[in-house]
Design a protein around this ligand. Structure first.
Ligand code: UDP
Length: 242
């Protein structure tokens, strides 16, 4: 189903937590290198790759708000965390010979490029991996919504979400052994069943712009280049209405 040809330009979203490895905070550089290696393989398969990395391994706005911080300031801290992750990944990609550019939704010109759609398109066309940092640039959003937004505006053929499980289940498979796993499911069904795949804003954006979503486990070594070839285990979310 996910033939290389049909999914030429892809947007890959990985959570910050995926880069923590076995730690409980921050970045595990071995894990960053491993994921960078898999992105390099997918890139070598001829795909144009946009990347969004979350910031939950460093800071989440909701946690700050729960501790008494003003929500918007806490969210800006979360967005800054995504920039740190993006810089680490850019560096890891450069070390293995993959040209990558961080583009931040919050301008910080001494650190990285600011996001500008035409420049981002140009980078992709030139075969550079573009790492979209700082989410949407707005508080009260998530990096999942940032990923759906960039996938839509960059004209990506599909959105790939690397998580800690091998697809979408009817319930949390870590807590409920009877949870049903879906090979395919529609966005409408996800919203109807209130499944925790991405937040509702991200789902609505991807659905309305008819972008398919592939959910797979980034924890499983070597899975990323495989799912991009349409192999391995994943759930495909289709934009079809029912
Ligand atoms: N964030 C935000 N606006 C965005 C994207 C992210 O305010 O457009 C903040 C928000 O506080 C969030 C944090 O950045 O908690 C880290 O992002 P996220 O929780 O999506 O990271 P992940 O769970 O994917 O690691």
């Amino acid at each position: 189903m996910t033939g290389d040809v049909s999914f030429k330009r892809i947007l890959l979203k990985i959570s910050g937590e995926a880069l923590m490895g076995a730690r409980d905070y921050g970045l595990d550089m071995d894990m960053v290198d491993r994921v960078a290696g898999e992105i390099a393989q997918a890139h070598a398969q001829g795909h144009e790759i946009g990347l969004v990395i979350g910031g939950g391994n460093i800071f989440r706005g909701l946690a700050g708000a729960a501790a008494g911080m003003e929500r918007a300031s806490a969210d800006y801290m979360g967005m800054l965390a995504t920039v740190m992750n993006a810089l680490a990944m850019q560096n890891a990609l450069h070390r293995i010979g993959v040209d990558a550019r961080v583009m931040s939704a919050i301008p910080m010109p001494t650190v990285c490029e600011s996001f500008a759609r035409p420049r981002a398109v140009r980078h992709l066309e030139k075969g550079r991996v573009v790492i979209f940092a700082a989410g949407t640039g707005n508080p009260y959003f998530t990096t999942d919504t940032g990923a759906a937004l960039r996938a839509a505006e960059m004209g990506c053929d599909a959105l790939f979400k690397g998580t800690s499980v091998d697809g979408i289940y009817s319930d949390d498979p870590k807590k409920n052994p009877d949870a049903e796993r879906f090979d395919t499911i529609s966005y409408d069904e996800i919203l109807k069943r209130n499944l925790k795949v991405m937040d509702a804003a991200a789902i609505a954006l991807a659905r309305d712009n008819r972008i398919p979503l592939v959910v797979f486990s980034i924890r499983e070594e070597g899975m990323l280049p495989r799912v991009i070839r349409g192999e391995g285990r994943f759930t495909l979310v289709t934009p079809e209405e029912e």
